[in-house]
Design a protein around this ligand. Structure first.
Ligand code: SF4
Ligand code: SF4
Length: 384
């Protein structure tokens, strides 16, 4: 297969695109041992890093698109190779050259949806606030205490609109003075950036930043760990700093300061899945668990891989938009781990995780044994 050394020294290009640390790799193979791909098919991040070192990267192949950016390999790498950044550098080269293999082909049309409508779901920008119909949700004004930014999936996806509704109901019950930006809100841009499209990420981010500043936003509440990650860790690249809080943290805050009162039992066995971008990438493990532990009769158990070693659902790094064949979905493995704990509810706090787990559930013969819920959907049931 042709490689880009024909055009320019690949190692130099990767370095320019921010993936320089691959040179520290000493091929120990620890990344491949922990990578979830190797539970479902052969894939070697170690090999990708090795090929990059020698300028032999196969930019046209499927492999550079497999990484979900879950961060598990980086946690175990003894040489701080920053595999995620190196992998994204390769995707930047592919994207800049318009090279997309079959699995990554959907990204082409998703880019136009993001450019035209500000969301990756081919939905009308003007309908972004339609989920609020019948709910008490106001447009954001600068005197409000917090902006609620539901993000794309909670605004449009039928399953995830239930999570946005639960969130709005909880905020209203807690007396939070909040508002939304509706059609003025763009996709946060986190996932398209992980596919290597730096230009589109910057466009989305700059528009959002301008909107936040024009509307007097200071504190932002998000439902997606992906929005959380990019607002908190990536938007500061544009010399702006907004206070960002994820709903799992905010629920903990509202309960602790007495604004939200849990008054009912939740008599079920529950297990909590740490989304990669809340847990490994941002270290938020305790608050969601502490919130669940405050609910009487709820029995919380841990899965085989939890907290720092959480098994990725498969949706990060833009993989949510790519087709993963049956038999290669991490979410199937994770759901099995959840069922093995005896849990009746698999709870999490990320729209990508919920989408993937709901899909996996459809293919299980015992699909009635476990439900998938966002943490807000449990809290909504136990407050009055
Ligand atoms: S864990 Fe780090 S040093 Fe070891 S092979 Fe992977 S990238 Fe190289
Ligand atoms: S970030 Fe996750 S999916 Fe990507 S190579 Fe590392 S362990 Fe595998």
């Amino acid at each position: 297969m042709e490689n880009l050394t024909d055009y320019k020294e690949i190692a130099e290009i990767i370095k320019e695109r921010g993936g320089d640390n691959f040179k520290y790799c000493y091929q120990c193979g620890k990344c491949d041992v922990v990578c979830p791909w190797n539970q479902v098919r052969q894939f070697s991040m170690r090999k990708l890093v090795r090929e990059a070192t020698f300028g032999l990267s196969q930019i046209e192949g499927e492999d550079i698109w497999r990484c979900t950016t879950c961060g598990k390999c980086s946690r175990h790498c003894p040489r701080d190779v920053k595999q995620v950044e190196s992998g994204i550098a390769l995707r930047k080269i592919a994207t800049e050259n318009g090279i997309f293999p079959a699995s990554a082909n959907p990204i082409r049309s998703i880019r136009s949806s993001l450019n035209g409508e500000g969301n990756p779901l081919f939905k009308d920008r003007n309908k972004r606030a339609d989920w609020t119909k019948g709910l008490s949700v106001k447009p954001f004004t600068g005197d409000m205490e917090i902006l609620y930014y539901p993000g794309c999936y909670l605004s449009y996806d039928p399953r995830l609109k239930k999570v946005a509704t639960a969130t709005a109901n909880i905020l209203n019950k807690a007396g939070v003075n909040f508002g939304i930006l509706g059609s003025k809100e763009n996709c946060c841009g986190e996932s398209i950036r992980k596919t290597g499209d730096e230009e589109l990420f910057k466009h989305l981010a700059k528009e959002n930043i301008k909107t936040f500043i024009d509307n007097g936003v200071k504190r932002i509440l998000v439902s997606s760990p992906h929005c959380y990650h990019t607002f908190k860790n990536e938007y500061p690249e544009f010399m702006v700093h907004f206070e960002v809080v994820h709903i799992a943290q905010y629920l903990f805050e509202l309960i602790n300061n007495g604004r939200l009162k849990i008054s009912k039992e939740f008599r079920k066995k529950v297990t909590y899945h740490d989304p990669c971008y809340l847990g490994r990438h941002n270290g938020i493990y305790d608050e969601p668990r502490k919130v669940l532990q405050k609910i009487s009769a709820l029995e919380l158990s841990e899965m085989a891989d939890s907290m720092e070693d959480s098994l990725c659902c498969g949706g990060g790094g833009g993989r949510i938009w790519m087709d993963t064949p049956k038999g290669e979905r991490f979410s199937d493995l994770r759901l099995e781990q959840a069922v093995e704990t005896g849990a009746e509810v698999l709870v999490t706090s990320c729209p990508y995780c919920i989408s993937n787990f709901e899909d996996s559930l459809l293919f299980r013969k015992d699909s009635e044994t476990i439900e998938i819920k966002d943490i807000t959907e449990i809290i909504e049931e136990v407050i009055s």
